[in-house]
Design a protein around this ligand. Structure first.
Ligand code: MG
Length: 239
């Protein structure tokens, strides 16, 4: 009976379609560093991978291996452009206990300089749900609130599938985004079926940059000092 069962299992496995296709390429992922096939956007040394939107030098400082962006430096964009990508960003939001809601530590990671993955101190700081940390701003609130206390390092791991455009630049197929916040799933294939708050006509379908928000341009926004570190992306679909 036992022999019969093994034979049946082997037949079943073969029938399920084993393949002799090519082996997947090896990607080394050494500890907290970027994977071996990643494009490193910030490794703690300098701001050479970034600029202001007008192309002038980014105003953020590098201190102790961290990117320090104070109010007034303006949004910064990566020089690297991408279409579909896996993106890793670590961020540290300051404690601003005198403030509430959107006026607490507020930044954002714009995909293609277009769709804002909200960065906000959402630790015991309620605001409208689709503007809280882990939200795709204006699209979807996070599935859960995975925020750590302000002052603690946090991370985003983002799988971004860009919308596709037709020959006239109109969106022919929606994009999507899946996000882990501090390792916790907060967006699960959220559909991007319209322009995001930062979109320009040219950036909807990409390729486009990563943009980090300086919230000081918003009305009554208080002074904020955001920190970032260990920012990288892996291009998917070879583009
Ligand atoms: Mg923001």
């Amino acid at each position: 009976m036992k022999t019969m069962t093994m034979t049946m299992m082997l037949v079943a496995v073969t029938a399920m379609g084993q393949s002799d296709g090519p082996q997947p390429p090896h990607v080394a992922s050494p500890g907290t560093k970027a994977p071996s096939d990643a494009v490193v956007l910030f490794d703690g040394k300098d701001m050479s991978g970034w600029a202001k939107e007008d192309g002038s030098p980014a105003g953020c400082k590098v201190e102790k291996g961290e990117m320090v962006c104070a109010s007034g430096v303006g949004d910064i964009v990566s020089k690297e452009l991408f279409t579909d990508a896996q993106i890793h960003v670590e961020f540290n939001i300051p404690l601003m206990s005198a403030q509430k809601g959107q006026m607490r530590g507020n930044s954002g990671v714009y995909l293609h300089s277009c769709y804002e993955v909200q960065i906000l101190d959402s630790y015991e700081n309620p605001t409208y749900a689709n503007g809280s940390c882990g939200a795709v701003y204006g699209f979807a609130p996070p599935l859960v609130n995975a925020s750590r206390r302000p002052g603690e390092w946090q991370s985003y791991d983002i799988i971004f599938r860009a919308p596709q455009c037709d020959g006239t630049g109109g969106m022919s197929q929606a994009g999507s985004v899946t996000i882990l916040h501090n390792g916790v799933l907060v967006q699960d294939g959220t559909k991007l079926d319209k322009k995001g708050p930062g979109c320009t006509k040219a950036s909807v379908c990409g390729p486009g940059p990563l943009r980090l928000q300086d919230h000081s341009g918003f009305p009554n926004a208080p002074h904020t000092v955001m920190k970032f570190r260990n920012i990288w992306l892996r291009k998917l679909s070879g583009k």
